[in-house]
Design a protein around this ligand. Structure first.
Ligand SMILES: [Mg+2]
Length: 284
């Protein structure tokens, strides 16, 4: 069986470099030879490994996202293993995986293969979240060096800059379940996972139900919006926050905003977002 260990040497404060050797040794003891590959943007780790049956990703949501898009690009669907080593590890959290690298590696060895949903926006796949609006591109805009030094706290600065400017965007959307909307929003989130930056922002999301949970914060006067955001984060349900589930949604806008998929730059409007039920095989 061909098995790859794909790791991002700079994810999670360089943790992966410290653990890769131990993980390779652990798998070798169980008769599995792992070929290690660095995750390098622009290089598809499967280009010369189309017969890969198991791909273990050491990294955060951005690394998992990259690997999933790479395997789709070459048309293969190997079983995935996840060793959380990112800043927030929201997707691993949604799957309830162990956060300690060696424990996560053991879970891959002992676990069974489960079918987990994968979402897609235009031609890009995402595993945890697609978003636009305030806060949502904080990860993209946080320098890698700051993430390395401060972890999740590094997102505070761009997040606070967003709250201060708080620019609404007028959008229209329509889901396969008949929800239609035309109005101004501050935030749009489409979840496959359940958390963003480890904040519990969904109410019903599960990564294996074939549905996304959409969370929208409608724009109101600035002062009320601060309160809406705070109440929702703390578990309340202010009227300005709408959330519902669907497996397909079309979003249009005549304005431009940077979008985000799993912490990386996402596509521009118009957006066609779908949830593919059970499309990923994850050993866990
Ligand atoms: Mg779901």
């Amino acid at each position: 069986m061909r098995a790859l260990l794909i790791h991002n040497p700079i994810a999670g404060s360089g943790k992966s470099l410290r653990f890769t050797k131990r993980i390779v040794e652990l798998f070798a003891k169980h008769g599995i030879t792992l070929e290690t590959r660095h995750l390098i943007l622009g290089i598809n780790p499967f280009d010369d490994a189309l017969d890969t049956e198991l791909a273990i990703v050491c990294g955060g949501d951005g690394s998992i996202n990259y690997v999933v898009n790479c395997m789709r690009e070459v048309g293969i669907n190997p079983t995935l293993g996840i060793i959380p080593m990112g800043t927030a590890n929201d997707f691993a959290n949604a799957l309830d995986l162990p956060m300690r690298p060696i424990a996560a590696a053991k879970r891959i060895l002992d676990g069974t293969v489960r079918n987990i949903d994968c979402c897609k926006v235009n031609d890009r796949y995402f595993v945890n979240i697609f978003s636009f609006g305030i806060f949502t591109s904080a990860s993209q805009r946080t320098p890698r060096a700051a993430k390395k030094q401060f972890g999740k706290l590094a997102y505070l600065k761009p997040g606070i800059d967003d709250i201060r400017t708080m620019r609404p965007i007028r959008i229209q959307f329509k889901t396969d379940r008949g929800v239609e909307y035309n109005g101004s929003v501050l935030v749009f989130l489409a979840f496959n996972g359940i958390t963003a930056g480890r904040m519990m922002l969904t109410r019903q999301s599960r990564p294996d139900d074939g549905l996304m949970e959409i969370v929208v914060l409608e724009s109101r006067h600035k002062i009320y919006s601060y309160g809406d955001i705070a109440r929702y984060i703390l578990g309340g349900n202010p009227d300005a926050v709408r959330h519902f589930r669907c497996s397909e949604i079309e979003v249009t806008s005549s304005q431009h905003r940077i979008t985000d998929i799993d912490g990386e730059r996402g596509p521009n409007f118009p957006l066609h977002i779908t949830c593919e039920k059970g499309a990923l095989k994850i050993k866990m």
